[in-house]
Design a protein around this ligand. Sequence first.
Ligand code: HEC
Length: 181
Amino acid sequence: MKTKQFITLIFFTVFASAILFSCKKDEKEETPAPAPSPSPNAEFVADTNSFLSYSTWTIQATKFGKDPALGAAHGGNDSTVTRQVHFKDGQSPVNGKYPVGTIIVKHSTNTGNTLNEVTAMVKRGNNFNPTLGDWEFFMLQPDGKIAKDANGVFMRGANLMNGMCGGCHAGAAAKDFIYSK
Ligand code: HEC
């Protein structure tokens, strides 16, 4: 009788610990692994070499001639102008916003070779320019290097040309400040 009780006890102990073990295992499996959250401080700071190969990038738009909406910007008052927009890696918006590191270059030339203007926008991120989608505006040289002003200061920033770039691009706020795509 005693032996029988002992065996029953052993049996239940093993059975109970098996249940306990499997419960613990289940608990472990149910706990979701923490999802890697994108860093809110992600930032891309372009340097003077970031734009060098712009003429080989995806051509997103080509426009010709005068555009009264542009005024003098991008050679928009020149009837012989060609305005070409290049997107590095053909970048597209994700959920309505371009990813940090997106680079877009616009090249305006005319038939008389009196105009050779290169401008750029870079999605810098990290709260750089919150009212204008964290874009940084640039004036480039035709070879793609960042242009310098008369004082030798790089022509870049959130408010290039007294906010002129941003003032006009604010008109495309619904498309993350980009007109051509
Ligand atoms: C008066 C309005 C106006 C001003 C000022 C202006 N832009 Fe634009 N920009 C446009 C329009 C409109 C386009 C779309 C292409 C086109 O129509 O030629 C454009 C296109 C661009 C593009 C290609 C991406 C896109 O939005 O399609 C870049 C890059 C750009 N502009 C940079 C600049 C920079 C840098 C400045 C300031 C130095 C500037 N823009 C000033 C109106 C303006």
